[in-house]
Design a protein around this ligand. Sequence first.
Ligand SMILES: [Zn+2]
Length: 130
Amino acid sequence: MPSPRYWREVPNRFRLEAAKCRACGKVVFPARRICPACRKSDFEPTALSWRGKVVTSTSVVVAPTDFAQQAPYAVAVIETPEGARLMAQVVDCDPATVVPGTDVRLMFRKITQEGHGGILCYGFKGVPAA
Ligand SMILES: [Zn+2]
């Protein structure tokens, strides 16, 4: 069974829902209670663009059990045009080609399956933009 945390993160994972600080405009993802820029706590929900730029990345060769069949794969910190940063797997490419500055589209994909015939967990992944 997916953890309660997975369910709590559904708005983030399914809709890329972030929070925008009403005081200073900082966009944080996932949503927080306190703004890291101005320390105020007045946010409004905001949707992120389904695209961004790689800030930093790494290749995963020895993967956790659930992801072993996908290795090697790239994991990157991606910054959206709104200034939010998120971490995602970058797929459908050679992991070595995922470098800082790479433009990616964010896509809704299957992340993992819990056990044989188990529950599917979905979320976002990056794909290099054509
Ligand atoms: Zn703020």
